[in-house]
Design a protein around this ligand. Structure first.
Ligand SMILES: *[C@@H]1O[C@H](CO)[C@@H](O)[C@H](O)[C@H]1NC(C)=O
Ligand SMILES: *[C@@H]1O[C@H](CO)[C@@H](O)[C@H](O)[C@H]1NC(C)=O
Length: 372
């Protein structure tokens, strides 16, 4: 009797053990099935920061941003109230579909000598300029003409140029003209909010809140609408020296703060553990990264990620926004007071930009681009 009872208990216990084992397996399976719906990706752990938390200085985002910037060199901002990336993409496409005549009226001085705009405005497709093959339209933060002083030296001219006023398309379609300006003015402001939020967050993490003061004017900031047509021919400049992949943007690091919209386009790759890996598209949000100058200023704690764009077999559109320090901001000292690498040659951001800009925009700017 006793033996039968204890035997029953043992059996019962074994049964429970078996059942709980199966339940745990089912939960595990469901767990794997759940994450299995999103294919495991190299960049699954990159931070995704809700816009509202970022701009209202919610400090819980700080460690997420810092860690992502230390490990990967980028993160995402998403859940942006009122932002519609499809609408931007729509207006971007409509712009590039405008007639050559309408677009050339907005062209920068290099491509239309009747125009005084040098950096903001339209850059037509130029073949055979190194590896670049893109059509672009640059928008800045200024709507009024800066005072131009004919006695200015090169640096003063560049300071004026940094405040160059925007040009906007004028077509037969009034509604398009107004909506285009509205969408991209608001797009510019949105990205500026993100960029200042990012700088404030990094500044809090690095315990150097004054960092944001170097960006107060940010007059040289730019929103760039870009169209990369499919190439009809390939030249040797387009092959990666790293792994021979055909590229439409060569491997590089940015310089300051970049807020990038890639919509649903593939192609962007970032260097991680010594190989280039696909960066998931920004969709209805943005990819945020910093460049070498900010890495330098922040004592190399956060990383300027090396990245590139693979050649893809269809037209690619993207909108980078570059948030820059103020023209007169000191870039020669880091947040800890160390002399920066940039500081070996330059004191203020404007001096640095004078050398940097013609290198990154050879299709847009003349050699002596301050001489108009
Ligand atoms: C976003 O913009 C697209 C294209 O302009 C439009 O079709 C769509 O309805 C918009 N979505 C929202 C949620 O407003
Ligand atoms: C132009 O530059 C000269 C020399 O630096 C200066 O004296 C003059 O006030 C400037 N004019 C304006 C309008 O800024």
């Amino acid at each position: 009797m006793i033996t039968v009872m204890s035997c029953g208990r043992v059996l019962f216990g074994v049964l429970i053990a078996i059942i709980s084992f199966y339940i745990s397996q089912i939960y595990d399976l469901n767990y794997f099935r759940l994450i299995g719906t999103h294919p495991k990706h190299d960049f699954d752990n990159v931070a995704r920061i809700p816009y509202t938390d970022l701009v209202r200085d919610d400090v819980t985002v700080d460690p997420l941003i810092l860690t992502s910037m230390e490990l990967y060199g980028f993160f995402y901002v998403y859940e942006i109230p009122g932002y519609n990336s499809s609408e931007e993409l729509d207006y971007l496409k409509q712009f590039f579909d405008l007639s050559e005549t309408v677009k050339m009226k907005l062209a920068v001085n290099k491509h239309n000598t009747n125009n005084v705009n040098v950096y903001r405005g339209y850059g037509p497709l130029v073949k055979n300029v190194g590896s670049q093959y893109k059509e672009l339209f640059n928008i800045g933060p200024h709507e009024t003409t800066p005072v131009y002083n004919s006695t200015d030296n090169v640096l003063d001219k560049l300071r004026t140029l940094s405040k160059e006023r925007n040009v906007w398309p004028v077509t037969q379609n009034n509604h398009f003209d107004e909506e285009f300006k509205r969408v991209f003015t608001s797009g510019f402001n949105l990205r500026r909010n993100i960029a200042t939020g990012v700088i404030r967050s990094i500044a809090r993490s690095l315990e150097h809140p004054q960092l944001i003061e170097r960006f107060t004017e940010h007059e040289f900031s730019t929103l760039g609408l870009r169209k990369y047509p499919v190439r009809t021919s390939v030249n040797k400049n387009m092959y990666s020296r790293f792994d021979k992949t055909t590229l439409s943007e060569l491997e590089h690091e940015d310089s300051t703060v970049t807020i990038l919209a890639t919509f649903s386009n593939p192609g962007l790759q970032a260097l991680y553990e010594n190989s280039y890996r696909d960066v998931p598209p920004s969709r209805n949000g943005f990819i945020v990264n910093i460049g070498t100058l900010i890495e330098d200023i922040t004592d190399n704690i956060i990383m300027a990620v090396r990245h590139r764009v693979k050649q893809i077999d269809h037209v690619r559109y993207s909108i980078p926004y570059f948030f820059n320090p103020s023209f007169d901001a000191d870039i020669s000292t880091s947040i800890s007071g160390r002399k920066t690498k940039a500081g070996e040659k330059y004191k203020i951001f404007g001096e640095w930009m004078k050398d940097y800009l013609p290198i990154v925009e050879p299709a847009l700017l003349k050699d002596k681009f301050t001489d108009v």
